[in-house]
Write a new protein. Structure first.
Length: 508
């Protein structure tokens, strides 16, 4: 018996069964070896993860926004809401990579091919391999699958293709054009194959990327949350004694403006027309509700209302199926402070019936790299190898006991900047531009940024007052630099003086 696997007995929760789980997972070699032995139980919780695209938490009612998000607010009131949650990289694809793997995006296979270890890395959108395929390694869904879970994905995948996709720059087109429909189906199936390769048994209602020019022709370049919800229902309704793991990645509230999508027939999807039953309140009612109160006339309000309806539909479905008490629901924003290491706190909440005290507010640090290890502990998966290969930490202890903190600091990366936040509220951002690099559209702002920035988030939550040159904070600055070095040390790339000993190769 391989000694990397061990018996798991979850002593935290008496209602969880004792079971033995042996498994092999995706390794960097790409091999996928099935578990030698698995004793599963129908009592294990289902997992649902909502990953919302570009929704500032200040627009959510429970975070101080207008009262147009009753379902999201309900989820928070029935669970715990986090005020200090962040994505480790504030951009769509790297954020999703960290959710899937529990690892920082700079360590993804594509980043390591583009920027070899030992040298600098410009952490950005690319996380698949050179052909856009998903990384060949274990991840959250593959491990859940090996543990006896059904795995499902609906919505915006954005983690690579299994081949060459068709690019659309044209606005014109017709839903009756068989050639265009074939091209749409081709792209859909590439995304579907990517999701299957990434560990999902079920992958439907997929957007391979954002609904914007070059990704879709104008005739289908719209949001369709109802289609996503309908397919989520289809997955949950599958007859099976296995528990399920479902990720719901809506395209809302990313570009384009929701009014454009609300104005078209809901049968229009990224693969053409699809007829399906009503699963959410009507589009007309979305516009009506979004036109009331303080936010009337705002471009973004309809998208918030529309997305909230989608969350409510799934929560109601869980209740109708008698699964609400047996399902852990995560609500996570994919990033805040986009393409930046500033203002990274994003919306996050977890409902865990019978474990998390309702209507809790947490000030603990929490990141998307923590989702995988947290889910593993929630369902009873334990392996030293998994722990060693993840950068995230489980926050189960904190969910059970509010006084326990799982993190003493968080770390974020984008471009040629890195940031660390300490539990006491101090934040340090370091900018280290490699010698010989010229600015481009992705990095111009960082070339203008100070080398060092220090903020006290307790007094300056919007990061306006840089304390790095203030003598009164010289000791704190040095402490934060030591913390930055600790966070960078195990990572493969060089970052300024924080990784001395990692030679930077000469640039071509």
């Amino acid at each position: 018996m391989n000694d990397i696997f061990c018996m798991t007995k979850n002593n935290l929760f008496r209602h969880f069964p004792v079971f033995v789980l042996l498994f092999w997972a995706f390794l960097f070699s790409g091999s996928h070896i099935q578990a030698e032995e698995s004793v599963a139980s129908a009592d294990r919780p289902n997992i649902v993860i909502f990953y919302v695209d570009d929704m500032p938490k200040g627009r959510i009612g429970i975070y101080g926004g207008q009262d147009i998000t009753p379902n999201i607010d309900r989820l928070a009131k029935e669970g715990v809401r986090f005020n200090r949650y962040s994505a480790s990289a504030a951009l769509c694809a790297p954020s999703r990579y960290s959710l899937q793997t529990g690892r920082y995006a700079s360590t993804s296979p594509c980043q390591l091919r583009l920027y070899p270890g030992g040298g600098p890395v410009f952490t950005h959108q690319f996380v698949g391999d050179e052909h856009g395929r998903p990384p060949e390694q274990w991840n959250l869904p593959t491990v859940m699958k090996d543990a006896g879970y059904r795995t499902g994905f609906v919505g915006k995948y954005h983690l690579g293709f299994m081949g060459d996709r068709t690019k659309f720059g044209r606005q014109e087109g017709s839903l009756d054009d068989p050639e265009m429909l074939a091209e749409l189906r081709h792209n859909f199936e590439l995304a579907q194959e990517g999701a299957y390769a990434g560990g999902y048994d079920y992958a439907e209602a997929l957007w391979h990327d954002n609904a914007q020019i070059s990704n879709f022709p104008g005739v289908v370049r719209y949001h369709n949350p109802e289609w996503i919800t309908w397919k989520a229902f289809e997955f949950m309704e599958q007859e099976s004694e296995e528990p399920f793991f479902l990720v719901i990645n809506h395209t809302l509230t990313h570009h384009p403006k929701p009014q454009e999508s609300l104005a078209v027939d809901r049968s229009i999807t990224p693969i053409g027309r699809v007829e399906f039953p009503e699963v959410q309140p009507s589009r007309a009612s979305v516009l009506e509700r979004a036109s009331e109160g303080e936010y009337a006339g705002n471009d973004w309000a309809p998208g918030i209302v529309w997305f909230d309806d989608a969350v409510g539909a799934v929560l109601n479905k869980l209740e109708d199926m008698g699964l609400a008490d047996d399902t852990i629901v995560f609500f996570l924003e994919d990033n805040a402070g986009k393409r930046s290491n500033h203002n990274n706190d994003a919306a996050s909440m977890i409902r865990w019936p019978g474990v998390v005290t309702p209507d809790r507010v947490s000030e603990a640090l929490f990141q998307n790299v923590d989702i995988a290890p947290t889910v593993f502990e929630m369902v009873g998966i334990e392996s030293p190898q998994l722990v060693d290969e993840m950068h995230g930490v489980s926050i189960v202890a904190h969910l059970v006991d509010p006084d326990k903190r799982s993190r003493n600091a968080s770390y974020t990366e984008y471009g040629y900047q890195r940031a660390v936040v300490r539990n006491d509220g101090f934040k340090y951002i370091a900018t280290r531009i490699p010698e010989g690099v010229e600015p481009d559209y992705r990095s111009k702002s960082q070339f203008k940024a100070p080398t060092d920035m220090l903020f006290n988030l307790n007094e300056d939550p919007h990061e306006k007052n840089n304390l790095a040159d203030d003598p009164a904070y010289a000791e704190t600055l040095e402490e934060m630099k030591v913390l930055m070095a600790e966070k960078c040390a195990p990572l493969p790339h060089a970052f300024g003086e924080f990784t001395q000993g990692k030679p930077e190769p000469a640039l071509d």
